[in-house]
Design a protein around this ligand. Sequence first.
Ligand code: ADP
Ligand code: MG
Length: 724
Amino acid sequence: TVRQDAIKTIATTHHDLSRIDFRTTHIKDLFGVNVFGEDEQRQRLPKPVFKALQKTIKLGVPLDPTVADAVASAMKDWAIEHGATHYTHLFQPLTGLTAEKHDSFVNPSGTGGGLAEFSGKELIQGEPDASSFPSGGIRATFEARGYTAWDPTSPAYIRENPNGATLVIPTAFVSWTGEALDKKTPLLRSMEALSTQAIRILKLFGHDNVKKVFTTVGPEQEYFLIDKNFLYARPDLITSGRTLFGAKPPKGQELEDQYFGTIPERVLACMADCEAEMFKLGIPVKTRHNEVAPSQYEIAPIFEDSNLACDHNQLTMDVMRRTAEKYGLVCLLHEKPFAGINGSGKHNNFSMATDSGENLLNPGTNPHDNAQFLVFCVAVIRAVAKYPELLRVTVASAGNDHRLGANEAPPAIMSIFLGDQLQDVMDQLEAGALKSTKQGGHMEVGVTVLPKLPRDAGDRNRTSPFAFTGNKFEFRAVGSWFSIAGPNTVLNTIVAESLDYIATQLETAIKGGKPLNKAIQDLLQGIIKESKKVVFNGDGYTDEWHAEAEKRGLPNLKNAVDAFPIIIRKDSIELFAKYKVFSERELNSRYMIFSESYVKTITIEANTMLAMAKTMILPAALKYQTEVAQAVTSTKAAGVENTAQLDLLKELTATITGFQAATSALCKAVHHHAEGDAYAHAKYARDAVVPKMVDLRTLGDKLETIVSDELWPLPTYREMLFIK
Ligand code: ADP
Ligand code: MG
């Protein structure tokens, strides 16, 4: 079988694990070499051009078009020196992936090939044929054009390939009517909204010199690496990135011997190669380790501003997938590639920082700074308490449905973990300056020094979807395959709304003659009272929490389909319009695209299951059934009574019959043409198709435990997860 071939190949293949040697190539010589970054710009651009560009990059000042030609020309020279033959405007369509079309730098002329001009215009704007990207109804076919617009805040870079290189220019992707067709545009808009509101708050604290506030993100990325040969034998991994069949292996993660364990050599070599690639691209990758499940790992960078972090995370996933191939591995980024063991997420560490790098969620060492910290921290708490459903919908997908709430990932109920110390501070604030809490604390804004807040990596915060971890919040519900643009766009917007509210209240109180600290104290007291229902410091995996959350009235949107409509609810439309992040049309388009993509995912999975059931599992089961039947007959002919054999035949036959019935039922469900719009189809897929997939899988997995191993065509969990 293909399966046996796969194992034989793995056992006999030798991999070159010494492609990267950091003893001869030091990482400090690698970092950023393929990036047209600040140093390169300084060296290559005339001083006024460099200054104008930096102003755009650092402060978001619109770029003077006259400067663009000079930038383009320098960029082209630099790229060609690095072996580039083509350039591309890279964008992030609503598929959540990246898209690109390459244009050559060479311009054939009458006298032979000449180097093309790469003008400022070509740098600033591109026009890919965008008609086959999802637009959710924004683009009618007659206006099926969108254009890409250079994002100077994310540096251009060189991507090497075996034959040369491509200059990659990060861009936003918009329709001619100005609507965002991508994930980057709303993210940039949301960062702008947050910056405006945060600056109002900072002014109240006397920080008049801050020109911009950035949101910062450090995404920890989980993934699986398995041998590539298994992929060839698993149609489900090829088409849907996850196993649709597969019985529970005798050994899973119960021995807890994987987390932080020694990294296998081939995997380590692959990681080193990924890191070298990422260093060259200026991605500040920092940590690597084994994750909880067998063959599961994590990579984490140092945080950057959200836009850059998002671009870099897309690149990280791309580099990992491509590098894995060099080592005969496949990088699985699906949220749940294997049932019964942990899935993969992306922990989105979030904070806000001024243009001089001050982290606004860093508790201060003096009372004045503390007051500022408390304002920003409470703003985030208020945002999550007010918009938990919006946060939930940013992590909704068919893939993440297998993870959220499945007792190993944070539950689908959005709540915040604060930890004991910060909780005590909040209790004191809520109780008011003059009352003390049960711990005997007494908190006066602007007077009290905060207790030291530990960077709690404790067990309980691991079960929380949104945890305060000392100087940042960690949003842990994001799926491993997601672009982090969506979650951060929403996070930024809801926090901007909170900061707006707080700034307005404080400004009014101060105008009325209240001292700042008193105004803060009074305001925060009220906000904490209103918002504390979302705070939960216990174990989020327990049934008690689900019951308690229900009592508190916290929403529990159990699956993606339940969550999608939130983005077109009246209050959501108003919120995003107010901060100019999404128009109603843009939200509607996302609602359509989420629904469509859910249906497509389920349909592809169902059809893959049917193919596997009919052409792989059933034939193996029938063959075995025949073998057993023959054994029964010949034993009987020999005059021996064997009830065990007969029982096996009966069990096998019953399971096969059930399996065939389940196959027909799924086939019927998936081929039924449901009425209505994309959302109605999504509901149908969830209610009518998914349960039939579960039924079919249960019986398929049962057959795996009965049918002769010799005949079984699919690599098993035991093999895929443990043969390295
Ligand atoms: P752990 O979560 O394992 O305790 P760390 O707290 O050091 O590890 O960092 C986890 C991630 O959070 C890293 O990607 C790190 O860069 C990021 N991070 C740290 N500080 C911030 C911040 N101010 N804003 C955003 N992300 C941050
Ligand atoms: Mg962490």
